[in-house]
Write a protein that binds this ligand. Structure first.
Ligand code: SF4
Length: 121
């Protein structure tokens, strides 16, 4: 059987492109960089896009929540979260300051990198 986007439980193409575009623009705006390992960036973007599909908002995908809908309403962990907006702290390693050992030189991610990470989810 061929696995489709739906039965692999992946995000929609629309949300994926929306989050990709947001992440690229936001990195540029905040002078932050994507991880040297693009699969890290790709997995976080996929997680944000999936939450956007499921919850209507890009709730941070790197945390555990008792009640995701309540967290979306609280807004604190909707990306970009408060720690990122206030202190440039992204514990998902999506947005890294240039002095971070894991920061690469890219503020963009290719479609190929996104798809190859999604193929392994
Ligand atoms: S830690 Fe904050 S900025 Fe980083 S992906 Fe999660 S919500 Fe977005």
């Amino acid at each position: 059987m061929t696995l489709t986007r739906e039965n692999k439980n992946l995000s929609s193409e629309k949300s994926l492109q929306t989050i990709k575009s947001f992440a690229e623009k936001y990195a540029n705006k905040t002078n932050t960089y994507f991880c040297i390992d693009p699969s890290v960036t790709a997995v976080v973007i996929e997680g944000l896009a999936k939450h956007k599909d499921q919850l209507g908002a890009p709730l941070c995908p790197c945390r555990h929540y008792e009640d995701k809908q309540a967290e979306v309403k609280a807004t604190y962990w909707n990306c970009p979260c408060v720690p990122m907006r206030e202190r440039k702290e992204c514990h998902c390693m999506l947005f890294l300051t240039p002095d971070n050992d894991f920061a690469g030189k890219q503020q963009q991610i290719t479609q190929e990198d996104l798809e190859s990470a999604r193929a392994n989810i």
